[in-house]
Ligand binder design. Structure first.
Ligand SMILES: [Fe+2]
Length: 343
C-alpha cells in the first residue's frame, strides 16, 4: 500500500462525485470516474485501496461494477452509494462483498468513518496475507527439514543394516560380500527389465537385506561344512520369516518385507516358506532368487567349489521354470556376469 491511501470515486452525477472528492482530498489520493468503463480502465492501470461506487449508473450499474472490481482487484475495499429508496439494493451489495454503504446526501462524518473503516480492513487483510505467506515459507522450510531428517534416518538405518549384514557375513559360511553382490546382480536384472528407478532402489535395499534373518540362526548351523540334517535345514528355512519380521516395523522398508520373506520361493512352488509359485511370488523375490543362486554358484563354499561361467549358465537353463522364473533366467543368460570366482 502507498503511504497515502488511494480512493476511487465512481458516480455519474457530478454533485456527489465532487462532494466526496472535497471531503476526502485532504487525507487521501482521490481519483474520480463518471462511469463504470472509465473506472475499470483506472483499475487496469493502477491499484486502489478503496472504491466508492454509486449503485445507479447508466452504463455499468454499481452492483455489476462491484463484481468486476472484486474480480479484478479483490483486495480493494468497496463502499456503495445509494439513495434512501434503495437501501435494500445496498444491503444486497454487502452480501456481494461490499464493506458498507453511504446514503445520499452525504454526512461528512459518515463518509470519513466508513473510509477509515475500509482502509483499516484493507490494512489488516494485507497483514493477514503477509502473515500467511510468511507461514507458507516457514511451512515449506519445515517440510524441507523434516524430509532431510527423514532421509538422514533412512541413511543411518541403512548404514546400521549394512553393519548387521557384515556381522552375518562373518557368521555365515558364505563368502564375504554376498549380499552386496546379490544386490549388484539383482540391479543388473532389474535394469534389463527396464524397472523404474524407485523399483530398482527397492530391489537393491531388499537384496542387501534378503538374508538379514540369518542373524537369528545359530552359528554352528550357518558355518556347518557337512550336509545339514533335516532338522537343521528346517531351522535355516526360518531365516526369510525372521528377516521379514526384523524389517517390518521400519516404515520405509515396508515394500521390501514381502521380497525378503519370499526370496527362497521357487517358480514351480517347491520353495519356502509358503510354497507359492510363479506370479504369486513378488517380482523382486523372483529376481533375488536368480541373483542369489548366481552368486552362490560363482563362489567357493565349504561344500562346493565355484562353478565356471558356462556351468552357471547351464544351471540357469536347467532350472528355468522350476527354480527360476523362465523370463528372468533368459535375461540372466544374456547379462555380462563376472568371470572371476569369489573368495
Ligand atoms: Fe536366503
Amino acid at each position: 500500500m502507498n503511504s497515502t491511501p488511494r480512493i476511487l470515486v465512481v458516480d455519474d452525477e457530478l454533485g456527489p462525485r465532487e462532494a466526496l472528492r472535497m471531503i476526502l482530498r485532504d487525507d487521501y489520493d482521490v481519483v474520480t470516474a463518471s462511469n463504470g468503463s472509465q473506472a475499470l480502465d483506472y483499475l487496469d492501470n493502477s491499484e486502489f485501496d478503496l472504491a466508492i461506487l454509486d449503485i445507479r449508473m447508466p452504463d455499468i450499474n454499481g452492483i455489476e461494477l462491484l463484481e468486476k472490481v472484486k474480480k479484478k482487484a479483490p483486495e480493494t475495499e468497496v463502499v456503495m452509494i445509494t439513495a434512501y429508496a434503495s437501501v435494500d439494493t445496498a444491503t444486497n451489495a454487502l452480501r456481494n462483498g461490499a464493506l458498507d454503504y453511504l446514503i445520499k446526501p452525504f454526512e461528512i462524518s459518515a463518509v470519513k468513518e466508513v473510509v477509515e473503516k475500509g482502509l483499516a480492513r484493507r490494512t489488516s487483510s494485507a497483514a493477514i496475507k503477509n502473515r500467511l505467506s510468511e507461514l507458507q515459507v516457514t511451512n515449506e522450510s519445515l517440510r524441507y527439514e523434516i524430509e532431510r531428517a527423514y532421509n538422514n534416518i533412512q541413511k543411518h538405518y541403512m548404514e546400521t543394516v549394512r553393519s548387521l549384514v557384515a556381522a552375518i557375513d562373518a557368521k555365515d559360511s558364505y563368502t564375504k560380500g554376498h549380499q552386496e553382490r546379490v544386490a549388484m546382480f539383482s540391479t543388473l536384472l532389474g535394469e534389463a527389465l527396464n524397472l523404474p528407478r524407485g523399483e530398482l532402489d527397492l530391489l537393491q535395499q531388499a537384496a542387501i537385506l534378503h538374508d538379514i534373518g540369518k542373524i537369528g540362526i545359530p552359528e554352528q548351523i550357518l558355518r556347518k561344512t557337512t550336509k545339514l540334517t533335516v532338522e537343521e535345514f528346517e531351522i535355516i528355512k526360518q531365516h526369510p520369516a525372521i528377516g521379514a519380521e526384523i524389517i517390518s516395523p521400519v516404515e520405509f522398508l515396508n515394500d521390501a518385507v514381502p521380497i525378503v520373506l519370499h526370496h527362497h520361493e521357487k517358480y514351480d512352488g517347491t520353495g519356502y516358506p509358503e510354497g507359492i509359485s510363479s506370479e504369486q511370488i513378488p517380482l523382486g523375490a523372483r529376481i533375488i532368487a536368480v541373483a542369489d543362486a548366481i552368486d552362490a554358484m560363482l563362489s567357493d563354499r565349504p561344500y562346493a567349489r565355484a562353478k565356471s561361467l558356462s556351468q552357471v549358465r547351464e544351471e540357469l537353463r536347467v532350472c528355468s521354470g522350476t527354480h527360476f522364473d523362465p523370463e528372468l533366467a533368459e535375461i540372466a543368460l544374456k547379462i555380462d556376469l563376472p568371470s572371476r570366482r569369489f573368495r
